[in-house]
Structures are given as structure tokens and as C-alpha cells.
Design a protein around this ligand. Structure first.
Ligand code: NAD
Ligand code: DAO
Ligand code: ZN
Ligand code: ZN
Length: 368
């Protein structure tokens, strides 16, 4: 079939909106009509050329929601007409990783997904007979895409696509890091570095689980209003204090029970660890640092009981947990609407990247 897509032909080039060819789903695969997709920093990172795994030409996008329009042979967990969210972290429920209680990083299709192809080693997208690569196993910057069955979460049909697409990455990453990975206890003091599309979701996750102090750190004070609406109780602008770590230790009476780094900066990662409470404070890295960068601290920080952890896709097992997060949104336990600051048709997708780079959006969503 033909479908409309925004194609990334090379690093640093704007996406080109055009018709592409899409082959039908093979065994174990599903064809999904994408109704809405968010534009995330990771898409921009890959498009910039800084992503070591980035390859072109490709159809980017990994934060979508849509409807199953066809299924390949042997597909049993979804059917035509089901509403789904694509998963860049699949859940096969069979691999060693899925069977281990401590991780959500299903590895069953990791190798082919990283190469931009389907599990059989080929692409479903092409132009004039030349293959186009998939991206993060999702390629949601296309009106239709093909995904492995294990990489879609079936969601309730009354959830609005233009909002729940954000659960495909940002919401789950932030809320899940608190609820599934760190398992923050009620009454905890939580510190969030970076109040963007991820950090605001950590804030609302912390509020949802009953955290006490929720302290936000950002160099951009324009983030404060929305962060307070989402549950932030205190704010520190590192530009306005001499020592951000000392300020946090002072405000929390000894240090954070949990900190989350949602920037991707190795210096703030160190601050996030060192502001944690001696004896038990846990620091969770969510931000993705530039290729080749390294973190450092004095090992005595760890000897004295702080721990340094990392979280991918909020620790969520996609097919199991994403439908739950959609329910949390529909039941009013978490919010999304205010975070979607811009919507646009696919033809304007390059504007979404501009808004992101200018720091003017939290999330832009393309509506098909
Ligand atoms: P964003 O740009 O929307 O937010 C970053 C915030 O950090 C901004 O508000 C900015 O003002 C602030 N900031 C920048 N430098 C700062 C500094 N030195 N001190 C304090 N604040 C500073 O980005 P986002 O969409 O929220 O993404 C955050 C990070 O999370 C990115 O690195 C992204 O790649 C990563 N991410 C990780 C996962 C995962 O599963 N681990 C998933 C998605 C995104
Ligand atoms: O299993 O090695 C692996 C792949 C893990 C992917 C986790 C991705 C999380 C961070 C990237 C940002 C996502 C938008
Ligand atoms: Zn993302
Ligand atoms: Zn698996």
C-alpha cells in the first residue's frame, strides 16, 4: 500500500513529507494506522547525526497511537480495530530479560530493531523499490506502519489518540521511573533535575505515589508554573544559588530520598547523586548524555550508602504496563493535556523540531 510519511534522508536535513510504499504485515506482525505521534528529543538526537545507532534514510518517530488495520499470520494478542500504542521497548514475555523480575529491557528483537529492520532482517517501507529503514521498531512519523505483535500495547478505545500517544515515551518514562523502577514510597523527598517533557512526568509520578517534598531544579524559570501545577512543592534555580547540592541537602534536612536526572548532562548527574541522603538516597539517571560522555563522583559517595541507577522507558513492561498508564490518565490520576503545547499536521513536522530546539514546547503532537 501507499502511505504518507516524513522521511529522514540524512543527518541534519529537514524531514521530507512524501508518499512511501509499505508492504503488508508478515507472520507475527501488525499493520497500524497511526492517528497521532509525539516528537521527542530522541528523534531530534538521531536526526542531528549524534546518535551512534542512527542510520538513514529512515522513518523516525516512536511516540504514537493508532488502530490495528491488518494482522499477519499467527497474530493472536491483537485484532483488526484494536487501539494500540507502539512500543520501542517490546515485551515478548519469553526471553531471559522478560522472565527476569528486575528488568523491562526485552531483548528478543533488539539486534534487528537497532539496525532499523523487522525481525526477519528486512524493511516494510520503501520508495521506488529502495528500502527505507524503520526506527526504534516504531516509525510513527508515517500514517501507517508495520510492527511486531510483541511491540504493541492494546489500550482502551475511549482514550484520545492525540493525548495518549505521549504515553508511548515521555509519560511512561517519567511516571514509570517513579512507580515501577524506583518504587518511591509515600512521604519520600524527591528531587527532579530538569523540568521538561520527562521531568514534569517524574513530578506527577511523585505526586501520584504520595511523595512529601517534590523539589524541581531547572535553569529556566519559565518551567516553574506548570511544574507547580503538576505537583512541585519547591524550586531551585542553580543560577541563583552558590551550591545546588548544599541547597537541596538544606531543604530536605539531610538529602533526597530519591533524585531523578532528566536532562542528559553528566555534571547534573553528579549533583543528582551527591544531593542524595547518606545511607539510603537513590539517584536515577533518565537523561541520555551525548555519545562518549562519562559520569564521575567520589566512590565514597557510594560507600556511604547512596546508590546510582538508570531507568529506560520508566521500567515499564510495555504490553502489561502501558494500558495501566492509559487507565491512570482516563481516571484522572495523571494529567497529560497541559503538556501537549502544540499540535500540527504531518506537513508541518519540521516546525515541531524548531519549537523543541527553541525550548518553546513541552510536547508537539502531529495529528494524521
Ligand atoms: P527537555 O529539553 O524538555 O527538558 C530538559 C530540561 O532541563 C529543560 O527544562 C532545561 O531548561 C533543563 N536544563 C538544561 N540544562 C540544565 C542544567 N544544567 N541545570 C538544570 N536544568 C537544566 O528534555 P526532555 O524531553 O524532558 O528529555 C530529558 C532527557 O531524557 C533527554 O536526555 C532525553 O533524551 C531523555 N530520555 C530518556 C528516556 C529513557 O527512557 N531513559 C526516554 C526519553 C527521553
Ligand atoms: O535493550 O539495549 C537495549 C535498548 C534499550 C533502549 C532503552 C532506550 C531508553 C533511552 C532512549 C530514549 C528513548 C526515547
Ligand atoms: Zn522518546
Ligand atoms: Zn522479551
Amino acid at each position: 500500500m501507499k502511505t504518507k510519511a516524513a522521511v529522514a534522508f540524512g543527518a541534519g536535513q529537514p524531514l521530507k513529507v512524501m508518499e512511501v510504499d509499505l508492504a503488508e504485515p508478515q507472520a507475527g506482525e501488525v499493520l497500524v494506522e497511526i492517528k497521532a505521534t509525539g516528537i521527542c528529543h530522541t528523534d531530534a538526537f538521531t536526526l542531528s547525526g549524534d546518535d551512534p545507532e542512527g542510520a538513514f534514510p529512515a522513518i523516525l518517530g516512536h511516540e504514537g497511537a493508532g488502530i490495528v488495520r491488518a494482522v499477519g499470520e499467527g497474530v493472536t494478542s491483537v485484532t483488526v480495530g484494536d487501539h494500540v500504542i507502539p512500543l520501542y521497548t517490546p515485551e515478548c514475555r519469553e526471553c531471559d530479560f522478560c522472565l527476569h523480575p528486575k528488568t523491562n529491557l526485552c531483548q528478543s528483537i533488539r539486534e534487528t530493531q537497532g539496525k532499523g529492520v523487522m525481525p526477519d532482517g528486512t524493511s516494510r517501507f520503501s520508495i521506488d523499490g529502495k528500502p527505507l529503514l524503520h526506527y526504534m521498531g516504531c516509525s510513527t512519523f508515517a500514517n501507517h506502519t508495520v510492527l511486531p505483535e510483541i511491540a504493541v500495547a492494546k489500550i482502551r478505545k475511549d482514550a484520545p489518540f492525540d493525548k495518549v500517544c505521549y504515553i508511548g515515551c515521555g509519560v511512561t518514562t517519567g511516571v514509570g521511573a517513579v512507580a515501577f523502577d524506583a518504587k518511591v514510597e509515600p512521604g519520600s523527598n524527591v528531587v527532579i533535575f530538569g523540568l521538561g517533557g520527562i521531568g514534569l512526568n517524574v513530578i506527577q509520578g511523585a505526586k501520584m505515589v504520595g511523595a512529601d517534598k517534590i523539589i524541581g531544579i531547572d535553569i529556566n524559570p519559565s518551567k516553574v508554573e506548570l511544574a507547580k501545577e503538576y505537583g512541585m512543592t519547591d524550586f531551585i534555580n542553580p543560577k541563583e544559588v552558590d551550591d545546588v547540592v548544599a541547597s537541596i541537602i538544606d531543604k530536605t534536612g539531610g538529602g533526597a530520598d530519591y533524585s531523578f536526572e532528566c536532562i542528559g548532562n553528566v555534571n547534573t548527574m553528579r549533583q543528582a547523586l551527591e544531593c542524595c541522603h547518606k545511607g539510603w538516597g537513590e539517584s536515577w539517571i533518565i537523561g541520555v548524555a551525548g555519545a562518549g560522555q562519562e559520569i564521575s563522583t567520589r566512590p565514597f559517595q557510594l560507600v556511604t550508602g547512596r546508590s546510582w541507577r538508570g531507568s529506560a522507558f520508566g521500567g515499564a513492561r510495555g504490553r502489561t504496563d502501558v494500558p495501566k498508564i492509559v487507565d491512570w490518565y482516563m481516571e484522572g490520576k495523571i494529567r497529560i493535556d497541559e503538556l501537549i503545547t502544540h499540535t500540527m499536521p504531518l506537513e508541518d513536522i519540521n516546525k515541531a523540531f524548531d519549537l523543541m530546539h527553541e525550548g518553546k514546547s513541552i510536547r508537539s503532537v502531529v495529528l494524521f
